[in-house]
Design a protein around this ligand. Structure first.
Ligand code: ZN
Length: 247
């Protein structure tokens, strides 16, 4: 990253993080003990063309959200510039009456090494390979950040604030093992075990979209063949139906 590192953002960030850890080392953001302040959530889609930035209170209520979907696949710098711009809108000083931003969480629609804060790849975009997104944002914002795959983040969100949380209107006991399946352009999957995201040995636990279901099957977005996503995603089904209609 060369062009924008260290430049101030449009919004007013008052950070509280300690010294930054060195790039690529394992770290956590620590438990949030504050009772006042805000958190920011950022989502980057698997192609980078959909980004969303939201400001929430510490109970998880979304206060402001902006999205600017693009109709093309942008490069990494374009996505980062747009997120800067959206952060500026969402965190303008008049929106932060109750305190400062305490944490930033980023959900990325690709392969993420969460323990090192790195986007390993976006299957539907180029130029993200091994991008240190967590360090990039922490250095720009001076706020502790955490990044993860978007299905993992969604899985955790469902257990904390969605259909599987203890306060959910749907009566149920709290599940110990949860598999979240995200059906979008592809098929995402996230595993939550005992309330924590389960990444597995190489960070791909729960990624059911890339399980092989058909030997020598159609090519998948990840480059493999015969994966579930290449056969059962919305894109794959419509492609198959177009093929059949031509026949
Ligand atoms: Zn695949």
């Amino acid at each position: 990253m060369t062009t924008q590192q260290g430049m101030p953002l449009q919004g007013s960030f008052v950070g509280n993080s300690g010294p930054l850890s060195s790039p690529g080392t394992t770290r956590t953001t620590g438990k949030l003990l504050a009772t006042q302040g805000y958190v920011v959530g950022i989502e980057i889609s698997g192609s980078g063309s959909h980004q969303s930035v939201a400001l929430a209170d510490l109970q998880g209520q979304i206060l402001h959200r902006v999205r600017h979907p693009l109709d093309y696949v942008p490069d990494t710098q374009t996505v980062l510039d747009m997120i800067d711009d959206m952060l500026g809108q969402v965190t303008a000083p008049e929106k932060l009456q109750e305190g400062r931003i305490l944490r930033v969480g980023v959900a990325v629609g690709g392969l993420v090494d969460a323990s090192r804060g790195i986007v390993r790849t976006l299957h539907h975009a180029h130029s993200w390979n091994d991008f240190p997104l967590q360090d990039y944002l922490e250095q720009r914002l001076d706020i502790p950040c955490i990044i993860d795959n978007n299905a993992n983040a969604a899985a955790l969100a469902e257990t904390r604030a969605g259909v599987l949380c203890e306060e959910s209107e749907i009566p149920r006991k709290v599940e110990r093992v949860v598999l979240y399946v995200g059906l979008g352009r592809g098929i995402g999957g996230g595993l939550v075990v005992n309330g924590k995201i389960y990444h597995g040995a190489i960070g791909t636990a729960g990624e059911i979209g890339h399980l092989i279901v058909k030997e020598d099957g159609p090519k998948c977005s990840c480059g493999g063949y015969g994966h579930l996503e290449a056969i059962a995603s919305a894109q794959a089904i419509s492609r198959a139906m177009i093929g059949l209609s031509v026949e």
